[in-house]
Structure formats: structure tokens, C-alpha cells
Design a protein around this ligand. Sequence first.
Ligand SMILES: [Zn+2]
Length: 270
Amino acid sequence: MSRSRTDSKKGNCAFCKSDRNLKNSHSIPLAAFRPLLKSGSGSLIAIPNGNDNVRRIQDTGAYEMLCFQCEREFNEEFDSQLIYVLKSLREKCSATEGFAVVKANTDIFAKSMVSVVWRMAYSGAQMYSDIKLTHLQLQMINDLMSKEADQTLRFCSISIAHLIDKRTPEAGGFTREHFSQFILNPRLYRAKRKSGFMIEWTMFGFLIHLIVPRLTNSNLKKFHGLKRHDEVVRSVPQYFLDNPSLEAALLSGLQANEEGRVSPSIKQRR
Ligand SMILES: [Zn+2]
């Protein structure tokens, strides 16, 4: 039996733990899905982690997990900043092939990214089913959420890469439109024998990585990670064929598309 929109579920808020009516919370902000849902047939191309079929979805990963007050605080404190910076970066990237800089407080931006990962970790939405953290890893992400923003990049590393394809569309390359339509199910990578982990996801046409604990300085440079106390947020280009897991995901998506395992509306757009 389905509930009406006003009849929300009661339970413990994942953040403040109070017993309240729970809002339908997004981990990746809804704003990241809106332009995609609006374009064409009103659905996204979801790329699963395993060998499942590529699907067109309208699911934006909402899950009843935060009370009204916490939901509002997350939206105001984190999401508005995150959306502003990534949209500004994306506009600049069109002209610069992925190298772009936007003036923003890096510490606050980094904390906003942590808040997305924190929500992924607690969300029961299908989209985040791969993000199953161990008790220790959950503790690490909870600790990060409880710290002031200026401490965030002491304990984790974050990189922002704009997805590009060097091949032309005539040669079978993906266009910007393709990349912004793909939703790569967020993935979790565990460090061997250690509690460290990395989460990878796409949003606003960017491939985003968050690594806990933070990388050493030399590795941070190779990773193009955000710098603590910086006044700009940078993006670098990510040629998707240089990222094996991304390549595998997108190519399997493409293959599924060619084999007709997705709806015809995608084919028309290719
Ligand atoms: Zn709450």
C-alpha cells in the first residue's frame, strides 16, 4: 500500500537521532538530476556495477532518513554551495577542455562533499547499495562530519575531474551530453588490509573521488586533490579511457545499448 505524499514515515533521523517525521533525502543533490530528467524522455542512463542490464531510471536516490530540520540544514549549509561551485566549474569547462577554476572556500566545499558521502553511507536507496561501509569506516566518516570545515582536508582527499573523450563523435566518441546523461552507480573501493577507502561517483558531468584517510603530499599532487585552505576549487580533465573502471562501465553501457537492452530513445540520441 503506498503512502500519500503528506503521510511521511516516522523514525529516527540518521543525523540528530531524534524520533521525527522523516524527509525524502537525496545524497547526490536532486539538482544534479533535474537537467538530465528534463532532457528528452525524462530519465537517466544508469550504469550498474555488475553485469546487470543498463537501465533508464527516474530514480534519483531519495530515501527517508533525515528530519525536516536536518534536511534543511544539509540543503542550506552544504548543497547550495556544492551546486553553485560545480555548475560554475561546468560552465567554464566547456571552453577549457576540463581545466577550470572557480573562486570558493575549498574547506567548506570539501565538507559539503563529505556530507554527500555521509548521506550515501546511511541511505537505503538502491542507487547507493554499493556503499556499505564497515563499522570502522562509518566511524571515520562520522568523525569527518563532526569536525569543523577547515579540518576536512586534513583527514580526506577529494578530486574533481571533468569527463571528456578525445575521440570525435564521428569516430564513436562520447559527447558532453552523453557523459552528463550517464549516472555511474557510486562505488566503494577498499584499501587492502587497512580501513582506508575511496568512493567514486559522477555528478554534473564530473567524476569525483573522495579518499579517507588523506593522501600524502606527493600522492595528493598526482591525484589533483583539493588543497586545504585554498581559495579556489579546480577541475582537471579526465579522459574516460584512462580510468579502467570507468571505461569498463561506460563500454558495458554502450554494448548493452547496442544489443538493445535499453530503450530505443537512447539509441536515437547516439
Ligand atoms: Zn535530524
